[in-house]
Design a protein around this ligand. Structure first.
Ligand code: NAP
Ligand code: F7E
Length: 341
């Protein structure tokens, strides 16, 4: 049987790397669309490059999301069955300082890709990486019927891309679907998102490379899941018989402070000795205070549900960061007991 072809933008990112692994396991030919960077940035996909590139199962292409023809040429040449649009300026805090780029990359690129699919290969299914940030100040629980009240250029860019996706579906009949994903983390999370910053900095503290962790507002609440569960949901969204929009979430939320406490507790450390909160440079001009998703629709229709809980996530992330600095959890516990109490 002919293998399915999937295009993935953002393949070098957290979700792109897990999704590519899943698609390769499912026997797809995966085309990863990446930007040129001055230092080659393929750490998260190095293992699958080693395993699949020379078999022709993983093919990487340089593209630029502001250069329509760089993507159109690939669509015409390879005629993908599925297009996962994961690339984005994904940092909410940074979007306050780079609003124009955030809109150009996160919003206009979705338009460019969808228009190209419409003109060149209408059969291709399209996934848009929408976000719980779109709900912004709308009180929880948030689901597919909740109002969007974005609080940042990032949130605004994702709301616009959400409607662009819906427009191509409703007006032009494309199979274009949105996954509205609540926060999901993993050992592959970028270092400047709060969860990874905590587990990574704690590992550095144990190695004597840092003394304190400087955070912003730790009273905000997030619904955190594991990225591995969420990329499976992303795939399911494109396998459904009709294009639709789905929330993926755990349905539980915790404050940033709760996350800090859970991670420090793994080493029996008192977090208050190491964490400075309300650091000015990490406070945002406007905040999304309380996100908790209601993913009943995905659970019923797609039969999706997360396998991993927050305790597993904290441990998975901490163990992986300790490993980067040559420690096991037991080593870290011993160091914590001896030097850091
Ligand atoms: P991530 O780790 O920050 O990855 C973002 C990806 O986009 C990277 O591959 C990055 O390339 C690429 N990218 C950024 N700007 C680009 C540009 N100008 N041209 C080409 N590629 C560009 O993000 P993630 O956590 O995997 O999230 C994946 C998608 O889901 C994003 O659209 C994000 O907004 C959305 N989302 C994420 C969450 C979450 O909690 N993780 C929740 C809801 C929605 P480089 O590696 O070169 O930087
Ligand atoms: O912040 C607070 C911060 O940057 C979480 C992206 O994947 O999820 C992510 O966006 C909360 C915020 O993620 C620090 O103010 C405190 O209230 O880890 P974050 P995010 O903004 O929720 C959504 C769903 C996406 O779509 C995005 O792409 O933590 N916070 N102190 C801090 N945040 C950071 N980054 N750094 C701090 O020092």
């Amino acid at each position: 049987m002919k293998k399915k072809i999937a295009f993935v933008t953002g393949i070098t990112g957290q979700d792109g790397s897990y999704l590519a692994e899943l698609l390769l396991k499912k026997n797809y030919v995966v085309h990863g669309l990446l930007r040129r960077t001055s230092i080659l940035n393929v750490d998260r996909i190095q293992d699958i490059i080693n395993k699949y590139e020379n078999k022709g199962r993983l093919i990487l292409h340089y593209i630029d999301l502001t250069d329509t023809s760089s993507i159109t040429n690939l669509i015409i040449k390879y005629k993908p069955n599925e297009f996962y649009n994961l690339a984005a300026m994904s940092h909410v805090g940074i979007s306050f300082y780079t609003g124009e780029t955030t809109l150009n990359i996160n919003t206009l690129s979705s338009y460019r890709i969808l228009e190209s699919i419409l003109k060149n290969h209408k059969k291709c299914k399209f996934y848009q990486a929408s976000s719980s940030e779109m709900f912004g100040s709308t009180p929880p629980p948030q689901n597919e019927n909740s109002q969007f009240n974005p609080q940042s250029p990032y949130g605004i860019s994702k709301v616009s891309a959400f409607y662009i996706t819906k427009y191509f579906r409703q007006a032009h009949g494309l199979f274009a679907a949105n996954g509205i994903l609540f926060n999901h983390e993993s050992p592959r999370r970028g270092l400047n998102f709060v969860t990874r910053k905590i587990t990574h900095s704690l590992s550095r503290i144990l190695k004597g490379k840092e003394k304190k962790i400087y955070l912003g507002d730790v009273t905000t609440r997030r619904d955190w899941g594991h990225a591995k569960d969420y990329v499976y949901g992303i795939w399911l969204i494109l396998q459904h018989k009709k294009p639709d929009d789905f929330v993926l979430s755990t349905g539980k939320n915790y404050s940033i402070q709760d996350f800090v406490k859970k991670v420090f507790k793994l080493l029996n450390l008192n977090w208050k000795k190491f964490v400075i909160t309300n650091t000015k440079k990490y406070l945002r001009p406007s905040e999304v205070r309380n996100l908790k998703g209601d993913s009943t629709k995905a659970r019923k229709i797609l039969k999706w549900k997360p396998k991993y809980d927050l305790n597993y996530l904290c441990k998975d992330m901490l163990i992986s960061d300790l490993k980067l600095y040559g420690m096991t959890l037991n080593d870290a516990k011993k160091i914590a007991k001896k030097y850091l109490k």
